[in-house]
Design a protein around this ligand. Structure first.
Ligand code: NAD
Length: 329
């Protein structure tokens, strides 16, 4: 399937990836008719004038029918989520996203939607395979036997399976991507829901502004991750929706770095060197995680490839502009 005239709704469009996805789809000529989020419009990171922007709580079933009405394609990204600091301390809230996913699937099925995209996460992977920083990249089958991230990861794994069974039992075409750490401008960088790349940018900028050249790092800094720039994420999301990939697939970069190396990159961009302290009891997630991209390369002949250094520069510059604007106010 190649998206042409199909009417598309993006759920979670007031958020980081959803906001970028609306713009990217529009740039590709896709007919995005509706964007939905629970947040008041003034809190959306990005909004498009050319679509119907609806503020709806998608945990509510009736609202899901309003969101899906008259569309042929649903991108379901709405979720109550954040970085490790949020998901380790709000497991029930994370799991309540099951209402959003369940009701959106039912609304899509009953409204004649042709394709349904669901944004799952690398947090579905078995924790036993992520115990050491020199991790073997995670293949899709490593989600089972199931031992996902408590709370958030269990909900994602459950909703993935619901997508599978809605396709098998009701014929709704579902596509599932497992996103690995997405970063970029127009996302959360403070308040408790931010993830490592944005949090590190914020801390380095704060150190620069205050002249106090110190940084606190969560964990020992040796934990490893890969980070995907948001433009790769939106490109892969559309490609997976259009593809014939019926089972969950990794969508992530495989450029592995330690958190210390990520801090090195941000310091270099900022032109500072900071004294590091390590908060060993802070939420830090698994010790190591990387994406095995064999499958996506096989199916799409493509994998996320924007270099971390390049994406982090754009992210840093946006966060700095936001913080300097706040300071100036
Ligand atoms: P985000 O928090 O910026 O966006 C999610 C949006 O969903 C928010 O704007 C939020 O207001 C909205 N939302 C929450 N509850 C809602 C409800 N009941 N009704 C309507 N809208 C609601 O997060 P994001 O980083 O853009 O993530 C988008 C999706 O990708 C999520 O499903 C997330 O779990 C998944 N994901 C993200 C990452 C990442 O690194 N950012 C990694 C793996 C998976």
């Amino acid at each position: 399937m190649k998206l042409t005239n199909e009417k598309v709704v993006v759920c979670g469009a007031g958020g980081f990836i959803g906001g970028h996805l609306v713009k990217a789809l529009q740039n590709n000529g896709v007919n995005v008719v509706r964007a939905v989020d629970v947040k008041p419009l003034e809190e959306w990171y990005q909004k498009s004038k050319d679509v119907e922007n609806l503020v709806l709580d998608l945990r509510d079933k009736e609202n899901c029918y309003k969101a899906a009405k008259g569309t042929q394609v649903v991108f379901q990204l709405a979720a109550d989520m954040g970085g490790m600091g949020f998901i380790e301390n709000n497991k029930a809230l994370c799991m309540l996203s099951v209402l959003t996913n369940t009701h959106m699937l039912m609304a899509a099925r009953d409204s004649g939607v042709e394709r349904f995209f669901y944004s799952s996460s690398a947090c579905v992977y078995n924790g036993d395979k992520q115990k050491t920083p020199d991790v073997v990249p995670l293949k899709e089958e490593d989600a089972y036997p199931a031992l996902p991230e408590d709370g958030y990861g269990w909900e994602k794994l459950f909703s993935e399976r619901m997508c599978r069974h809605f396709e098998e039992d009701f014929g709704l075409q579902t596509r599932v991507a497992r996103y690995h750490n997405v970063y970029g401008p127009f996302g959360t960088y403070d308040g408790g829901r931010e993830k490592a790349p944005a949090a590190i940018c914020r801390k380095v900028i704060q150190a620069k502004i205050s002249g106090k050249h110190e940084i606190e790092i969560w964990g020992d800094g040796h934990q490893t991750r890969s980070f995907m720039y948001v433009d790769d994420c939106t490109k892969g999301t559309q490609a997976i929706l259009e593809s014939d990939i019926h089972e969950p697939i990794n969508l992530g970069s495989n450029e592995l770095v330690t958190i210390n190396q990520l801090v090195d990159i941000v310091e270099e961009i900022a032109g500072v060197k900071l004294k590091r302290t390590y908060k060993l009891d802070a939420p830090k997630g698994v010790n190591g995680r990387n994406s095995d991209n064999t499958k996506i390369l096989k199916y799409l002949g493509w994998e996320p490839s924007i270099r971390l250094r390049d994406g982090m520069r754009k992210t840093y510059e946006w966060i700095e502009s936001q913080m300097l604007a706040t300071v100036a106010r």
